[in-house]
Write a protein that binds this ligand. Structure first.
Ligand code: ZN
Length: 87
């Protein structure tokens, strides 16, 4: 299932659509594009600075850290519980 990925500006086999908002953990009216290669709390394509496969390890670590902080800000009660984010 290939979707158009704005980060690679072409069809991408790792992208999939869903209306799930991983930060607020609710279903949205909006459809988001998710990247199957991204790891962390938010695996959506739109906020990525670049295609995940083009980002270096430092950029990935910074991105995951930022998204973790964002997630915790929305879900302060879930901070103690470990969360499995890998599919
Ligand atoms: Zn993609």
């Amino acid at each position: 299932m290939f979707q158009y990925c704005p980060k690679v500006e072409g069809m991408c086999g790792f992208c999939a659509e869903s209306n799930w908002n991983p930060i607020t953990e609710t279903k949205s009216d909006k459809k988001y594009l998710f990247c199957g290669m991204v790891t962390g709390y938010d695996t959506r394509v739109e906020p990525l600075p670049d295609c995940w496969l083009k980002m270096n390890n430092k950029e990935k670590a910074n991105y995951r850290k930022r998204k973790k902080e964002e997630y915790i800000a929305f879900n302060p009660d879930k901070i103690q519980r470990p969360k499995i984010t890998y599919k």
